[in-house]
Structures are given as C-alpha cells and as structure tokens.
Design a protein. Structure first.
Length: 299
C-alpha cells in the first residue's frame, strides 16, 4: 500500500514540521525557491571554479570560467539568507531590509563583473575596495534582518509553549473543583443509595402488632442443648475420627490375675450351689448324674 501523499505537498509538510502553519502559500513557494536556489548557485560556482583551475592562470579561458564562478558565489549567499527571511513568519520591515541588502549586493556584483580582471586587485583602475565595501554593506543588512527574523521566531515559539502550559494549568484547576463535582453528580443521578452506601431496593416488609403475641408464651429452655468443649485434644481427635484417618481402639484395663480370680470365684459359687442342693434332700448320686448330664450336653 503506497504512503499517503501530503494534501498540500512536501514543501508545506516540511514547513509545518519545522516552522509552523504557513500564513500565505506564496511565502512558502518563494521562500523555498530562494533557499534552495542559493544552495544550487553555490554548488554551480564551486564546479566552475574547479573547472577554471584546469586552465592557465589569467588566460582568456581561465577568466572566462572563473569570473562567473566568483559572481555566482557572491550572489548565492544573499539569496540563501533572503529565502530564510521569507520562510520565517517575520515582520515586513525585516523582509524589506533583506530585499534592500540583496539589491546592494547585486550592484556590487555588477561592479565586480565590470572591473574584473582589468581593473581588479592592482590592475588598471583598481575598483576592488569600492566593490568589496558595497558588497559588505549589502551583506550586513541581510545578515541583520535574518538574525532578527530567527530571534523573533524563537521568541514566538517560546511564548506559544508558555501559553499552552498556562492553559493546561488553568484547565486542571477548573477540573479539580466545579467540573469534577458536576461529573460526579451526573454519574450518580440515576443511582439511589441509602446512608449506609447500599443501593436502595423495592421490597415488601411484614409488620406485626404487639397485641397478637401478648397471650403467647415461649419456653426458651425447651429443646435446647448446651455443648461444652472437652479440650483441644478431644476436639482434634474427634475431627480425625470424622476424616477417617484414625481408628478408635478399645483396650481392657483388667489384668490376667483379675480374670483368674473372677473364674475361681465363679467355680466356688457353683460348688456352693451344688452343696446347697445336696442339703435340701438330694442324694449325692443324683448330683453326680446331673453333673454328667451337663458334661455330655456340652459335648
């Protein structure tokens, strides 16, 4: 997908990026034309000067190439600086000063072309000082106007930044009071809250009169159970039993001697009962027979 082309062209895009919003379309076109034209003239002058070096010094061919090289380099700097003044949103008097300076330098260049080489730098009627002085005056005027335009543009940008910061600060102060409170009220307009902060709901409530319960007596102690804790160890044991992790083992606290004594006591009791039966009229033989029957019945 190709990149989107700027609406007004690349020149306006560059202008907005580095300078600001242009006031007039003509200033953009003329300013960039002078700016780039000055650079182009300097490059051409350099190429001509290099080419003139291939010829013999002060020969006709040498002068034919070096003279336009000097003239172009002399005009390239004023044109370049005039383009800067036109591009910057400066006052009109600065622009007029630059134009006047360029006009003076052009007059000096015309004088140079007429004086070089016969009346230049010690040859014939030497007009070197006059031409250089005139060129210097014109160049000084252009330099002053260009510097003033740059300083004015810098101060204008700094003032805009301060204005934006001040506006942001004022907006923040306003938002912290009235605007914030108004936004909160608008957001909470449709929400009904009670004093406890709980949303109010629509529901029905039951109400009873005191007369309906005067004849009713309630026993608060009936059917209630009181549970008392038996200690932390017992509670832990009970939880383990519920989890099934431990089994409960019941052990007898009686010893072997106690059990033997109880058996002996049981035998003596049986013998006493048999003796009592014999005293009541029974014969010893019948007692023996009964004992045998019991033994046979167990088998």
């Amino acid at each position: 997908m190709p990149a989107e082309q700027p609406v007004d062209g690349y020149l306006f895009d560059i202008y907005r990026r580095y300078i600001g919003e242009p006031e007039d379309r003509t200033d953009v076109y003329v300013g960039f034309s002078l700016f780039l034209g000055g650079i182009g003239l300097a490059i051409v002058a350099l190429l001509l000067f290099v080419w003139s070096g291939t010829f013999e010094t002060r020969s006709a061919s040498y002068i034919a190439w070096v003279q336009p090289a000097y003239a172009l380099v002399m005009i390239s700097l004023p044109v370049f600086m005039l383009g800067v003044v036109v591009l910057l949103p400066s006052e009109r008097r600065m622009l007029y000063t630059s134009i006047a300076g360029v006009a003076i330098t052009i007059g000096a260049i015309i004088g140079f072309i007429g004086a070089y080489p016969d009346n230049w730098n010690g040859y014939g009627n030497d007009y070197t000082v006059e031409v250089v002085a005139t060129y210097a005056i014109g160049l000084a005027g252009i330099t002053a106007s260009t510097g003033a335009a740059l300083i004015a543009h810098y101060l204008d940008m700094a003032q805009q930044v301060q204005t934006v910061e001040a506006d942001d600060g004022d907006e923040e102060d306003e938002l912290s009071d009235a605007d914030v409170r108004r936004d909160i009220d608008e957001a909470m307009e449709d929400v009904e809250l009670s004093w406890g902060g709980v949303e109010k709901t629509e529901h029905k409530r039951l109400s009873f009169s005191e007369d309906e319960f005067d004849a009713v007596s309630v026993n608060t102690d009936a059917g209630t159970k009181t549970a008392r804790s038996t200690g932390v160890d017992a509670q832990v044991a009970g939880l383990k039993g519920l989890k099934g992790g431990e089994t409960k083992t019941t052990t007898s606290e009686s010893t072997v001697d106690d059990q033997t004594a109880k058996l002996k006591e049981l035998r003596e009791q049986q013998q006493a009962e048999e003796m009592a039966t014999a005293d009541d009229g029974g014969s010893p033989l019948s007692g023996v027979l009964d004992r045998l029957r019991e033994l046979l019945g167990r088998r």
